[in-house]
Design a protein around this ligand. Structure first.
Ligand code: SAM
Ligand code: SF4
Length: 326
């Protein structure tokens, strides 16, 4: 088992397959002409499998693939198919643009649940946020996956003055469509133009929704990152990921592996442990994994607190989100 000094058992690994992406969400990928990591520096298929097996032997039973955009990687289908052979619940966070091409692969891998990111229901605003014209493809793919029996959670990063006015449009969408919308408080990463006054908080989100709909809280599960709610009579649900105002660090069971094979014990950790170089040098990686988890901070990578109003994004030592994998 992988346990930290706060007795948190870590059974969930998020693997970034690439830092490449076919969208350019400004809050995630700072520059239009960002230089992607060359393929030779990325974990290769066999290396991903070797590292994943060390984790599963230590009790990891859930793996999420992320990125960048995991489905732009050329051998994504092969990696998904291989990881599906491990004794894990396999899942994926994607921008949704390529899901129609991957439907058979995802079905064969017995993936049941997907997180798909969509911050707006307006095509023009989508172009503004992502700098690419793919709204209809993503929207159609969300429905395609739901119609094919997948449990679909839609991640919406809420930013004041940008898409906060659409919160109830998303709720309206859940009326007839069994989609599970998750509003995420905007988080600071290197170069992502975060300022505290752009954070639209959990409390504010509840006020907006509660002002129009009767809402009921749903019971959470251990290790949940989202506070879940339902609106009476709606086919879908909604939730809030309140990292900035009420983090869920006490129940954290997550570890991250960047596409270049660095382990991060927290989304906000400054420290990284180079598992890929160790593997390539023939070194045992389990002691490194345990050491990394042994150094895990109690909350938010030890870098900030919920007093985010006084936080300056440039004081946080971290990568940009695209190179971590959310
Ligand atoms: N490309 C995939 C996607 O967009 O879903 C996977 C990678 S993306 C980095 C993972 C998640 O992180 C997305 O839901 C995205 O909206 C979220 N994200 C990125 N930057 C964020 C930020 N600054 N604050 C909150 N969430 C963020
Ligand atoms: Fe790409 Fe996802 Fe980041 Fe948007 S949030 S730039 S889709 S990795």
């Amino acid at each position: 088992m992988i346990v930290d000094k706060f007795q948190r058992v870590h059974n969930y690994l998020r693997i970034s397959l690439t830092d490449n992406c076919n969208l350019r969400c400004f809050y995630c990928m700072p520059e239009e002409d960002y230089e992607f990591t060359p393929a030779s520096k990325l974990m290769q298929h066999d290396e991903i499998m070797a590292i994943a097996k060390v984790f599963t032997a230590e009790g990891v039973d859930k793996i999420r693939l992320t990125g960048g955009e995991p489905l732009v990687r050329k051998d994504a289908a092969r990696i998904i198919t291989s990881l599906a052979e491990l004794p894990v619940t396999l899942t994926l966070t994607t921008n949704g643009t390529r899901l129609h091409e991957f439907l058979p692969v995802l079905k064969a891998a017995k993936i049941r649940s997907l997180n798909i990111s969509l911050d707006t229901l307006q095509a023009d605003k989508f172009n503004l946020l992502t700098r690419r014209n793919q709204f209809q493809q993503v929207f159609d793919n969300i429905h395609l996956m739901i119609n094919n029996g997948f449990h679909v959670k839609v991640n919406v990063v809420v930013m004041k003055g940008l898409n906060d006015v659409e919160i109830n449009d998303f709720i309206e969408w859940t009326k007839d469509v069994p989609v599970h919308v998750r509003f995420i408080e905007f988080m600071p990463f290197s170069g992502n133009r975060w300022t505290s006054n752009k954070v639209f908080t959990w409390q504010q989100i509840l006020e907006v929704v509660g002002g129009k709909y009767p809402i009921t809280s749903l019971a959470g599960e251990k290790n949940d990152t989202a506070k879940k709610y339902m609106v009476e009579g709606h086919a879908g649900t909604f939730a809030v990921i309140s990292t900035m105002t009420s983090p869920f660090c006490a129940g954290c069971n997550r570890m991250r592996l960047t596409a270049d094979g660095k382990m991060k014990n927290c989304l906000f950790s400054a420290e990284e442990t180079d598992l890929l170089s160790a593997l390539r040098n023939g070194q045992e990686i389990l002691p490194l994994i345990k050491q990394s988890i042994g150094n895990k901070a109690k909350e938010l990578g030890g870098q900030f607190t919920t007093d985010f109003e006084h936080l300056h994004a440039e004081d946080i030592h971290n990568r940009s989100m695209i190179t971590i994998g959310g």
